[in-house]
Ligand binder design. Structure first.
Ligand code: M6R
Length: 611
């Protein structure tokens, strides 16, 4: 969480940094701040959004060709002006912005207090600023050495930008655990937590690795480790397009991303399904394909929506490839001393590729000798670099905090993996294999059709916008979709919602049902169709309000439910890709009708880089 941006070059840094912060605001929006060097260092910071900061500085001097900026998701200390970044060291020698957590900050703080340091904020970042300053003054070393020595004392994660009052020609950047990218222009450099603020200026970038420290003037970049070993920077070309990170006429990024799904799923297939649609080749798994195909067990790890995609994966791998699967919350897996065998295959799923718990779980699995794969969306992020092999989802940038197109892209990748592994294992015949590929190809036009019913989802959303609770029910492949529908609703509309396997209802949640409870039942035709019809009857018998997602032409449920939302039929294993779309739109419109900030829901951030 937290977004950091920096600029050094011949131009006015302020507009570049403010625009960059707006692009990164999805990473946190509790406060924003900026520091500019124009002979002196000026620091402006404000609780709230980047727009609040802009208003605050509107009558101030924002000159300067070097600057750093920050948008915060609060960890240490409440969101207020004082805890906002940048943080200035006690004597004003250093200014620091930081994304991550310094775990041993209280011990370091105590030591600094013993040496006379007084702190203004409750943050861990101010401790780092003062530690750098203390080393700088006490040891009489350069800013770069002070930063490297300070970082060698730090336990935790950081992406930082540092400027020094006495060395005003440079920005020092360092990374461990939290992402940092440097864009290379003509006589100028751009810094950011991800490439989105950089792409409009340059396509040449360097992704810093853990323990890298970059010392950057407007003419030169020098890269070394914190232990002072020179590193050759690896310059990469961004394939990101500026249009992908703009709203493109939609009211919100979330709506744009929901509507992008026919294309994003096609992008996920692209280059992986043969032109004759008779085979799947996942290049990123080529070297390990035999090993994963013969895995005795797969463990899928992820958080939030990615964990829900993992649950769909469990059904896919067990059903289509007959490989036993366990699905784990990364945060539970990493702390509960799990049994991991060297012949296990771990699939880590993450949109951002930066989720701290998932990264820690990956580390644990690697230490146990397992083969660890990544299914990630953000190219160049940490998880693809930490895993042995993997598959990018290629859904394009997802900026709305609520994950939508990343989910369908993750499920698409898992479906491609399970299908090709099932064929290789002899579970699927040539005919089954080709049929599934064909069915996958039919998903994007079917989503187009679902999206054309947009007004209907909106109408139902308006009817239930004031509900205080929702229940979501599904069975089999559709149970994870129920969980995902409930998560979408609660995170953006703040309505309490729970997802359940429909058959579990009678073991408790049925007690909640009365005439005020909307129950969303995902009831497309599959082998448990008749059972779910019974579940709907049980809800109706208690006067619950049933909103059912059904296949076109379903007359049985139409007669029972209060509302039906029709979608096209599909192969049972691919139904999550279709059924989730009405749920995304239902949540979206309910949140809009309630006046919620859809793209930036309260208390959340897009990439969760804290544990
Ligand atoms: O980037 P990741 O996929 O690892 O993120 C995991 C969760 O934080 C994420 O899915 C979160 O639950 C979303 N806000 C859900 O919409």
């Amino acid at each position: 969480m937290c977004g950091i941006v920096g600029y050094i070059g011949p131009k006015n840094a302020y507009p570049i940094i403010i625009n960059g912060l707006k692009r990164l605001e999805y990473r946190g929006y509790d406060s924003a701040g900026i520091a500019l060097i124009d002979k002196e260092i000026s620091v402006f910071k404000k609780k709230g959004k980047v727009s609040d900061l802009e208003e605050f500085v509107s009558d101030k001097n924002t000159a300067g060709t070097i600057g750093i900026g920050h948008t915060r998701w609060a960890t240490h200390g409440e969101p207020n002006d004082v805890n906002a970044h940048p943080h200035v060291s006690m004597k004003g020698e250093f200014v620091v912005i930081h994304n991550g957590i310094i775990e041993n900050y209280s011990r370091l703080k105590k030591r600094l207090e013993d040496r006379g340091y007084v702190f203004q904020s409750e943050t861990d970042t101010e401790v780092l600023a003062n530690l750098i300053e203390y080393i700088y003054s006490f040891s009489n070393v350069s800013a770069e050495i002070a930063v490297r020595l300070a970082l060698s004392k730090v336990i935790g994660a950081y992406g930082i930008l540092v400027i020094c009052r006495h060395e005003q020609d440079k920005i020092i950047a360092a990374r461990k655990g939290s992402p940092l990218v440097i864009g290379i222009g003509e006589g100028e450099y751009f810094f950011a937590s991800d490439a989105t603020p950089i792409v409009e200026h340059t396509k040449s970038v360097i992704y810093l690795n853990d323990n890298d420290v970059a010392i950057v003037t407007k003419d030169e970049l020098s890269l070394k480790t914190i232990h002072n070993v020179q590193v050759n920077p690896k310059v990469q070309k961004l394939s990101l397009d500026i249009g992908e990170i703009e709203k493109g006429g939609y009211d919100h990024f979330m709506l744009k991303e929901i509507f992008e799904q026919p294309k994003s799923i096609l992008d996920t297939f692209r280059g992986r399904v043969a032109l004759d649609r008779k085979s799947i080749h996942l290049g990123g798994l080529h070297d390990v394909f035999d090993r994963i195909t013969h895995a005795k067990r797969i463990i899928i790890i992820g958080c939030g929506t990615s964990w829900h995609a993992g649950l769909v994966g469990e059904y896919l791998f067990e059903d289509l490839a007959r490989i036993p699967v366990e699905v784990e919350y990364a945060s539970e897996f990493r702390y509960r001393n799990p049994v991991i065998f060297p012949d296990d295959v771990i699939i880590s799923i993450s949109q951002s590729g930066e989720t701290a718990d998932t990264l820690a779980a990956i580390k644990l699995a690697k230490e146990a000798g397992a083969l660890v794969l990544g299914v990630c969306n953000v190219v160049g992020s940490s998880i693809p670099r930490e895993t042995h092999a993997g598959v990018y989802t290629h859904a394009g940038p997802e900026i709305g905090v609520a994950s939508t197109k990343a989910f369908t892209a993750q499920v698409t990748v898992l479906a491609m993996m399970a299908t090709s592994m099932g064929f290789k294992r002899g579970v699927l015949s040539q005919e089954d294999y080709e049929k599934l590929i064909e069915e996958l190809y039919n998903i994007p036009p079917k989503i187009e059709e679902i999206l054309s019913f947009n007004e209907e989802f909106k109408r139902i959303a308006e009817l239930y916008k004031d509900a205080t609770n929702f229940l979501y029910l599904g069975r089999g492949y559709l149970f994870p979709v129920a969980l995902e529908g409930a998560l979408k609703l609660k995170e953006i509309s703040y309505i309490h919602a729970e997802g359940y396997p429909a058959a579990e209802m009678k073991h408790g949640p049925i007690a909640l049902i009365d005439q005020h409870m909307p129950v969303v039942v995902i009831a497309t035709k599959d082998k448990s169709y008749e059972k779910i019809v019974s579940n709907i009857q049980e809800v109706k018998a208690r006067k619950g309000i049933v909103i059912a997602i059904v296949n076109k032409g379903d007359t049985i449920i139409r007669d029972l439910a209060d509302h039906v939302l029709e979608i096209p039929e599909s192969h049972e294993a691919l139904a999550p890709l279709l059924t989730v779309v009405p749920l995304q739109l239902l949540s979206y419109y309910i949140a809009v009708f309630r006046g919620c900030n859809v793209d930036q829901p309260r208390n959340l951030a897009k990439s969760v880089t804290v544990e």
